[in-house]
Design a protein around this ligand. Sequence first.
Ligand code: FAD
Length: 139
Amino acid sequence: MQIRLTYFSKAVRDMSLQDIQDILGTARSNNADLEVCGMLCYESRWFLQTLEGDRDDVNELFLEIADDPRHDDVVISSYEYVDQRQFPDWHMGYAASSGAVNAMLLEFGMESFDPPAMTADQSVAFLSAMSQRQDRDAA
Ligand code: FAD
């Protein structure tokens, strides 16, 4: 059974590029082994992440992530069973503070990156749009 879990959390301090690279390095290697895909966005100390994959693998991985001391106030914003993955091409895509994120926020009618104010659908749609944009930019 495949699921998509989306959560947001607050970084305990400003994350440096190296901090983010460390997270992504571990995430991409572990997620590839587990065949878990997803997308992570970091902006204004907020993390917004979606994880897709086998239910037990994602549940277990999420518990580990939620326990990570680099962030707290972890809130699951949606948990759904899916027939098809929306992020099949990324073991962990990433978007951070950039013109692309700001442009996407405007497209979504948001003035700032504020995951607690986003609906569950908006969160997934935002991350999906960011991953599609990365696919386009990388092509
Ligand atoms: P290690 O990376 O060696 O970590 C061992 C322990 O040390 C873990 O408890 C870890 O939380 C802690 N740790 C590691 N580095 C630091 C550090 N710099 N500061 C403080 N504590 C540290 N992992 C994934 O596998 N997939 C993901 O998609 C994923 N997404 C993440 C998203 C966010 C926002 C954060 C903060 C972390 C994410 N992680 C992800 C990392 C995850 O929380 C665990 O660190 C990782 O799964 C453990 O990997 P590991 O077994 O190789 O051990």
